[in-house]
Write a protein that binds this ligand. Structure first.
Ligand SMILES: *[C@@H]1O[C@H](CO)[C@@H](O)[C@H](O)[C@H]1NC(C)=O
Ligand SMILES: [Mn+2]
Length: 588
């Protein structure tokens, strides 16, 4: 092989140039790395080590801090762990030594979770990557640079320092920086000092903009969130609770869905951070949100129908009838278009069903993305006070939802929660007008198309009490559970445990419990209440004849009757008044 001399010269010349550049770089780095460290004295290093751990060196020098605030923050940080491999790392739980039992119990009361354990765990603790391999593969298909930015909105009231910081650090450590426009924190009138100036000071160190608004009066979740959304600069709003930990890869799946169609409102799987040990426990990926006659949000198993629609791909988003409400992403414009929140609601509770019904009925979609997981500290009871009383607030909010969105089906709520009838729901004309203006579909459409598995039946022929003519008494769940026989007591006519519905397909249900007749029940009267099956089964199907008033059970060929004052199945006899029943609000 022949090489021409001018090519040789060119190669030689470039080599020399590169050699010279190398030497220059070498000199430059030597200059910095060999000389500087030696100039730091041992004393200075010691001082450096003793300073409270500075988790994120601020890139810009923050404004001067007043000494009192600085001292308060230093104090807090001395008791804030940033330790690697410390207690609770990798999502593990923390067991408190029995000698600290008393202290633990005292501290538990402050926030209704194990604060002592939380304080031992690093605020930037590690967590495993819980995503399925399919989710991890899908992650690589997102065009991260094209996804919209998000403003994260966190409302808190007297939140604990370590849980709040863990929320912030987990977001910062596990989200692509360019997707985080900002974190907006709304302090709903906390009275704990560390949540004021020290917190303001602390967030300045974080490498993303964090804005804190301290509301001067208790505003409740809805108004606090609206304060946040009105400030937000990001395209997508992401509401988070104040005691959560996001996991690896949590953000892009949510943004990707909203980006694909801005009418999608998307929630992550909400995993459980134990309120006792702070262990991170994954939740099922085959659970979705529903609601019962009380208008309580409830988790239920995703029905076969939805699994099939998703082609049994467990990484594909679940179309859920409702969302839990604490954590979700929504396009800011869409959120505004469909009427943000109902500002007539108070404090907290019930707003999740309201926004769920509204999103579906007014043209949006609600999804749970199984590739996005966020842990949440679930508490057994709320540590906060509800001005006016918890029940009253919850009933007020639920009644507004029922009045605006549920049409005739609100009867199920009022039957089950008669106390709600006496609570003033306030003026709902604005919200009804919103429904008009948006030309939303009706509740029947929602039940038929989005939630046919709902405890509220689409088609029903009665709602209210069921009277036995022989005894002149009413069927009563007596607050009993699945597997027990309902009672027969004096009719009181106000619903509650005497609220039943005969459905078009022949089930007799009270909320989630169905009358179930079965010849194989041993030692009983052949009838019990059981959790209603998702798809009606013959055990639950009765046939009511409004003329003879008999309730026949075709699959056992017996009739609903009474045996010595108890409910029982018996051979049908149309002369027996104990086999005659009437159903309130019967319309065949
Ligand atoms: C937590 O923060 C500390 C202080 O910045 C740092 O040294 C440590 O590596 C961090 N731990 C993790 C798991 O990121
Ligand atoms: Mn919470």
């Amino acid at each position: 092989m022949k090489v021409r001399p001018d090519v040789c010269r060119a190669i030689l010349l470039t080599s020399i140039v590169w050699f010279l550049i190398d030497i220059l770089i070498l000199f430059y780095t030597l200059d910095n790395s060999t000389l500087e460290p030696k100039t730091i004295s041992r004393a200075e290093r010691l001082q450096h080590e003793q300073k409270p751990v500075d988790p994120y060196k601020a890139a810009v020098r923050p404004d001067p801090v007043d000494p009192a605030t600085q001292e308060a923050l230093d104090q807090l940080l001395q008791h804030t762990s940033f330790q690697n491999f410390g207690p609770g790392s990798n999502g593990e739980g923390v067991k408190i030594d029995p000698s600290q039992d008393q202290k633990m119990k005292e501290m538990f009361k402050e926030n209704q979770f194990n604060l002592l354990a939380s304080n031992m765990i690093a605020v930037n603790r590690t967590l495993p990557d819980f995503r399925s391999s399919k989710c991890q593969r899908d992650y690589n298909t997102y065009h991260l640079s094209e996804l919209p930015t998000t403003s994260i909105i966190i409302v808190f009231h007297n939140e604990a320092w370590t849980t709040l910081l863990r929320t912030l650090h987990s977001i910062i450590d596990r989200s692509p920086r360019h997707l985080l426009e900002e974190i907006i924190m709304i302090d709903d009138c906390s009275d704990r000092d560390y949540l004021k100036k020290p917190l303001n000071e602390y967030v300045k160190r974080l490498p993303i903009p964090v804005h804190i608004v301290h509301l001067s009066e208790r505003s409740g979740l809805i108004r606090a969130r609206l304060t946040g959304s009105n400030m937000a600069k990001g395209k997508v709003l992401l509401f988070l609770d104040a005691h959560v930990e996001v996991t690896e890869g949590w953000l892009p799946p949510l943004l990707d869905r909203v980006h694909g169609d801005r009418k999608r409102v998307v929630a992550p799987i909400i995993d459980v951070i134990s309120d006792d040990t702070f262990e991170y426990v994954t939740a099922s990926d085959t659970t979705w949100g529903g609601f019962n006659w009380h208008l309580n949000f409830r988790w239920y198993t995703v029905p076969e129908r939805e699994m099939a629609r998703r082609k049994y791909d467990r990484s594909s988003p679940i179309r859920t009838p409702t969302i839990a409400g604490g954590l979700f992403a929504v396009d800011k414009q869409f959120f505004n278009d469909i009427g943000t929140y109902d500002e007539g609601m108070q404090v907290w509770g019930g707003e999740n069903l309201e926004i769920s019904f509204r999103v579906w009925m007014c043209g949006g979609f609600l999804e749970i993305h199984p590739c996005s997981r966020v842990g949440h500290v679930f508490r057994k009871q709320t540590p906060y006070t509800f001005p006016g009383g918890t029940a009253k607030v919850i009933h007020h909010n639920a009644a507004r939802t029922a009045e605006v969105w549920m049409d005739e089906y609100k009867a199920f709520f009022y039957q089950m929660v008669p106390a709600a009838k006496n609570v003033d729901a306030g003026d709902v004309t604005e919200r009804r007008r919103l429904r008009e203006n948006l030309q939303c579909k009706d509740f029947r459409w929602y039940l038929e198309n989005i939630y046919p598995e709902a405890p509220v039946p689409v088609n029903y022929v009665s709602i209210g009490q069921i009277i036995n003519h022989g005894q002149n008494k009413c069927l009563d769940t007596m607050g009993k559970k699945s597997g027990e026989t309902p009672g027969l007591v004096t009719c009181h006519g106000v619903g509650g445990n005497q609220a039943w519905s005969l459905t078009r397909d022949g089930t007799i249900r009270s909320d989630e419990l169905c009358l179930t007749a079965y010849s194989g029940y041993t030692g009983g009267t052949g009838i019990k209440m059981e959790k209603c099956a998702v798809k009606t089964v013959s055990r639950n199907v009765f046939k009511y004849d409004p003329v003879s008033r008999m309730v026949q059970h075709p699959s056992t060929d017996r009739c609903l009757s009474i045996k010595s004052t108890s409910l029982a199945m018996d051979d049908c006899n149309n002369l027996d008044p104990d086999q005659q029943w009437s159903f309130a609000n019967f319309k065949p």
